[in-house]
Every structure is written in structure tokens, then in C-alpha cells.
Design a protein around this ligand. Structure first.
Ligand SMILES: [Zn+2]
Length: 157
């Protein structure tokens, strides 16, 4: 087994462990930097009542905490399943160097975890989405942006 396959196996083991502990769905993830695991995660949606507690998100949070950074520079993410759109976004915000995934969207859909509908929602106009989005009070909402541009001690990212 190559090092990469070993890291994927670690992600799969996290999926199995979390699932067997009834923490959530069968998904696991590890974050690797310089050949070492710096973050681990598994799906914890049902045990923490957190719909965002997907394996990739929990692993990114763990890695960022351990690295004391809000970015995953020089890191690789190994996730047991192809990331959903939410995790895809989280991964882009975290900016790792590369993502390896094990099973894919179709495999996940086959056991009842179908995120295809979210991909289909993304290009739709807001008015046609299954959850309506409506803009409200833009002028009021722009205040933090105006303050941000003036803020001298901000941490940019
Ligand atoms: Zn996800």
C-alpha cells in the first residue's frame, strides 16, 4: 500500500469508527501535511445536531486548530467520499494543495446520500430554487462592508 493509499485508509477508518459509534453517516477524512496527519474528522451530523458536521468540515476544523491557522497551505485532504457542494466550498476556503477522494457521488447516492440536487440548485435563479432566496435591506447590510474597508487592524484572508 502506498503512503497515499494508507492515508485514504485512515480516512476510511475514521468513517467506520464514527459510524460504529453512531456519531453520524459513513464518511471520514484526514488532512496531511509533510507526510503526517494533522487533522481527522468524521461525519457527526446526527450526534451533534449539526447539519454542517460533515467529515471534511470536521477534519478541516481539527487541522486548522492543530496548525493554528485558518488556511491549509501545503496540506492534502484525503476524504473517503467525493465532497458534497458544502464541503467543496469549505475546501476552497481552506485552500489545501490537493484533494484525494475514495468513493464518488454516485456511490453515495446509491446508499441514500444524494447531493446531486444541490448541484442542480446552484445554477438556478433564486426564484426557481427549492429554498427561496430574497434580497432584503441591502443598504443596511452594507454597513459592515463599509466599516471593514476602513478597519486598520483587520486580518485579511
Ligand atoms: Zn459535505
Amino acid at each position: 500500500m502506498t503512503d497515499k493509499e494508507q492515508f485514504m485508509k485512515e480516512a476510511v477508518n475514521a468513517a467506520l469508527k464514527g459510524m460504529n459509534n453512531n456519531e453520524g453517516g459513513p464518511f471520514g477524512c484526514v488532512v496531511v501535511k509533510d507526510g503526517k496527519i494533522v487533522g481527522r474528522g468524521n461525519n457527526k451530523v446526527t450526534s451533534t445536531n449539526d447539519p454542517t458536521a460533515h467529515a471534511e468540515v470536521t477534519a478541516i476544523r481539527d487541522a486548522c486548530k492543530n496548525l493554528d491557522s485558518f488556511q491549509l497551505d501545503g496540506c492534502e485532504i484525503y476524504t473517503s467520499c467525493e465532497p458534497c457542494p458544502m464541503c467543496l466550498g469549505a475546501i476552497y476556503w481552506a485552500r489545501p494543495d490537493k484533494v484525494y477522494y475514495g468513493s464518488n457521488q454516485v456511490d453515495a447516492a446509491n446508499i441514500g446520500f444524494d447531493d446531486e440536487f444541490i448541484y442542480k440548485e446552484i445554477p438556478l435563479p433564486y426564484s426557481e430554487r427549492s429554498i427561496p432566496f430574497e434580497q432584503l435591506a441591502r443598504e443596511v447590510a452594507l454597513e459592515p462592508f463599509q466599516e471593514w474597508t476602513k478597519k486598520m487592524d483587520k486580518t485579511e484572508y
